[in-house]
Design a protein around this ligand. Structure first.
Ligand SMILES: N[C@@H](CCC(=O)N[C@@H](CS)C(=O)NCC(=O)O)C(=O)O
Length: 198
């Protein structure tokens, strides 16, 4: 019996949430959702998340969705794992910035680029692709992780999106980002997450 449940669709955004709970090292119940078979639109899953999207979690009876919110919540809920700088620590500001950067800037920029959407970069909140990529490159140019020398839950959010970018060949060779992705994918928790992707 565990008080943490994760709804996960293999090979979807919820891989990041499974990776995170594996990094946290806490017991959890994994409920697989057949996203590509339409299960996210069925009544059972809509009762969990009316938006019809994975990931979703339930912790101590509270249901939460949106992977960045889940990441911020769980990393704080299990501070002993050391995946989030505590409130008051200097790195907390960067940690929050990059955690929000994933859904607010990086992901829409990736989707816009991959779908070939024509948007006015001054009107959309994420700007243009080259600027977005340069922000990530600059951040990674002087450290192994988003917070420099300290791995955090923000790396799962940013590295997860960059991993998809490489997987779908939306980015050419890029030494600092390639090394970063390789470093993250070598983590045992990442391998444990991959084992749930069937
Ligand atoms: N904004 C959500 C997006 C989640 C999302 O788009 N999930 C997709 C899988 S990658 C999904 O569940 N799609 C199923 C559907 O729309 O029916 C988050 O960041 O958690």
């Amino acid at each position: 019996m565990t008080d943490l449940t994760v709804w996960h669709g293999p090979n979807t955004r919820s891989t990041g949430t499974v990776w995170l709970v594996e990094e946290l090292g806490v017991p959890y119940e994994l409920r697989k959702v057949d996203v590509f078979g339409g299960a996210t639109r069925g009544p059972d899953f809509l009762a969990v998340n009316p938006a019809g999207k994975v990931p979703a979690i339930r912790h101590n009876g509270k249901t939460l969705t949106e992977m960045a919110a889940i990441s911020l919540y769980l990393a704080d809920a299990f501070p002993e794992a050391g995946l989030a700088p505590a409130i008051g620590e200097p790195k907390r500001a960067d940690y929050l910035y990059w955690s929000v950067f994933r859904p607010g800037v990086l992901e829409p920029a990736i989707i816009t680029k991959s779908q070939g959407l024509d948007v006015d970069p001054r009107m959309v909140g994420w700007g243009d692709w080259d600027t977005v990529l340069s922000l990530v490159e600059r951040r990674l140019s002087d450290g192994e992780y988003i917070l420099g020398d300290q791995f955090s839950a923000a790396d799962i959010l940013i590295g997860g999106a960059l991993g998809w970018l490489k997987h779908f060949k939306l980015m050419g060779e890029n030494s600092s980002i390639d090394r970063y992705i390789d470093r993250l994918h070598a983590r045992p928790a990442y391998a444990r997450m991959q084992a749930t992707n069937t």
